[in-house]
Design a protein around this ligand. Sequence first.
Ligand code: GLY
Ligand code: MN
Ligand code: MN
Length: 444
Amino acid sequence: MIHIPKPEYSRRRKALMAQMEPNSIAILPAAAVAIRNRDVEHVYRQDSDFQYLSGFPEPQAVLVLMPGRAHGEYILFCRERNAERELWDGLRAGQEGAIRDFGADDAFPITDIDDILPGLIEGRDRVYSAMGSNPEFDRHLMDWINVIRSKAHLGAQPPNEFVALDHLLHDMRLYKSAAEVKVMREAARISAQAHIRAMQASRVGLHEFSLEAELDYEFRKGGAKMPAYGSIVAAGRNSCILHYQQNDAVLKDGDLVLIDAGCEIDCYASDITRTWPVNGKYSPEQKAIYELVLASQEAAFAEIAPNKHWNQAHEATVRVITTGLVKLGLLQGDVDELIASEAYKAFYMHRAGHWLGMDVHDVGEYKVGGEWRVLEVGMALTVEPGIYISPDNQNVAKKWRGIGVRIEDDVVVTKTGCEILTKGVPKTVADIEALMAQARTQAA
Ligand code: GLY
Ligand code: MN
Ligand code: MN
């Protein structure tokens, strides 16, 4: 299995500590367990920030970084070993495992945190935490601070600055290391295989969830524990619903099916969309829209390179799509004016992409000092233009209505441009039709 190597977690902690102010402390909780119903839990997914700094997969844990602490800078509070609980719920690292396998300098039982953590915070000037994202943890943090304040008359010194950790940490997460790109390439490879399998399985009369099952099969077979987000399998007019999740309609002859799905490997997401005809052959209108979206995506790739800014790729898609919609008669008027008045938004209402990483819509600022961020090597993003012609759009000829097309790939900025991580899935009309025709011949 491809995964983030252990030493990388230690490098990340050191890099973060190097940016923290002198005499400070950073405190981060693991993700809470979420109840699904009664005593059934949702599949556990570690918090991305916590995972980024620790690689520690368990709930009920708190990570503490104390740059310059003589007895060790990295402290992990976690569950104790417990033979009975482990028999029911699975193995725990315990404090020994936290030190031996996860590089902690010191580890304590999570049940002792109220007794120990105030003493660690005491005397530090500044506390870094993910303020606001976990209100229950924020309350705990204030309780610990108040323990120190209550002892001020004994000379205890509470910290007087509280800083959001996000700014430092999320900027680090924005730049992907070679090891991260390797994991993302693997997630992309498996997801590409999943889309190919769904294309091959596509038949009139199946349900959207039948294709979702094909995706899930490849995700799991490839070693992914779960999709990076709820898979969108949207046939016919459902393709015009951007975040469609019902996935229970029948695949009809003459319909397109839009699939937006990607798996997660070692907490790194992939995010792919392809749109193909259920019956294996695009109609002339579907083909025209599809090729326009594809041309806009190609134009966007050309705008992704170091020193180009974040919005250039989006602007490229807007220009190609607006020009194309005018040529097809779906928009009327001057292209520059239609762009200025955002007339294209009736058909293309989202942006061309987002940062991609541990979160599918990953962290990282899109603007710096009010200006679009300039791209740099190692940044990962999606490129996902689309055209959606509402089934209810009375301003266009009937033959166009209900066509929704999105094409989405994942890229990493390189020295000379970008690497497309998801290029394993066919994308041209000819290639998709050939793949689908071949699958039908083999099945016959
Ligand atoms: N799958 C969500 C997105 O494409 O942004
Ligand atoms: Mn997507
Ligand atoms: Mn996306």
